[in-house]
Design a protein around this ligand. Structure first.
Ligand code: NCD
Length: 304
């Protein structure tokens, strides 16, 4: 029995297999409609979500299975003081696989130790978000046809953005990856991640505060929201929230085939005028999230 807690739990070969399965699902959805008949997914969301929870649920329905769960801690026994371990042991009685989002870093790992069924980390605090990373990798693959030899700019909240942390970890296993970190000083990539990157030979990284300066070199621009809920101090959030706003004017300097990704939700960091630009991939990315989660659940449930 396997869980998915961090993206490095999967080998690059397994990621290739998941991308292949997702593409087959896209091409032949009818072949997958009964694969999870009789199976139940529990979605345990202790933090807000639109795409992650709904794409997991849509994924299970499209595989012919069923879904149960809760979308806020206040509607579960957690509000009465139940521990994560007890919640998981209970849900094990009712579900075959569990997707869990929690504000505390490491909570899904604790859950996986207690669980008899696969646990999927659907986001733990400012730490990791491996299924968003699978979504991002499928999107990059579908847009660019490769996962190597890419210059990828990460812009915005690189400190608290868990999707950034997981995607950087994933990309750092491919060759010819050049990472450009674009953030204000206060929201720089955490030192522990910078140290990991410095130790790698196949990846180079540079840091800048200037999106306009960085944009012409990029093959992928990964925009992120400033993570309001992780700030201790509202004044800091207000000062930093509009650090970067991508507009059609700024895109004028970008490559014609640069892909713009964003895990969403967007607040202000991409102007809606960018949405009609063919380089804007973020809603296609949200759709890819459903297909890759279908592939992932088939893998973890060991269904061919
Ligand atoms: C992200 C998350 O929850 O970390 N959203 C998502 O899952 N698509 C990004 C964010 O909330 O900014």
């Amino acid at each position: 029995m396997r869980s998915l807690i961090g993206i490095l739990d999967l080998s690059t070969k397994e990621i290739d297999d998941l991308i292949r399965t997702a593409q087959d699902i896209i091409a032949h959805p009818e072949a997958y409609r009964e694969k999870c008949k009789g199976k139940k997914l529990a979605t345990l969301f202790f933090e807000p979500s639109t795409r992650t929870r709904l794409s997991f649920e849509a994924a299970m329905y499209e595989l012919g299975g069923n879904v149960l769960g809760f979308s806020e801690a206040s509607s579960s026994s957690v509000a009465k003081g139940e521990s994560v371990a007890d919640t998981i042991r209970t849900v094990n009685c009712y579900a075959d696989i569990i997707a869990m989002r929690h504000p505390k870093e490491g909570a899904p790992l604790v859950a996986s130790v207690k669980s008899q069924v696969p646990i999927i980390n659907a986001g733990d605090g400012g730490h990791n978000h491996p299924t968003q990373t699978l979504t991002d990798l499928l999107t990059i693959y579908r847009e660019k046809g490769r996962l190597q030899d890419l210059t990828v700019g990460f812009c915005g909240d690189l400190k608290f953005g868990r999707t950034v942390h997981s995607l950087i970890e994933a990309l750092s296993r491919y060759s010819g990856i050049r990472i450009v970190l674009i953030s204000p000083d206060e929201l720089r990539l955490p030192e522990y991640m910078q140290n990991k990157l410095s130790a790698l030979e196949n990846v180079t990284f540079t840091e800048t505060k200037d999106l306009e300066e960085a944009i012409p070199k990029l093959d992928i621009l990964y925009m992120t929201r400033v993570q309001k809920e992780r700030f201790f101090n509202e004044a800091d959030y207000i000062r930093l929230k509009d650090s970067y706003i991508l507009t059609p004017e700024k895109l004028a300097e970008a490559k014609e085939d640069m892909s713009i990704l964003h895990p969403l939700p967007r607040v202000n960091e991409i102007s809606v005028e960018v949405d009609d630009d063919p380089r804007a991939c973020y809603f296609r990315q949200a759709l890819n999230g459903k297909f890759i989660r279908m592939a992932l659940m088939l893998m973890l449930l060991e269904i061919q």
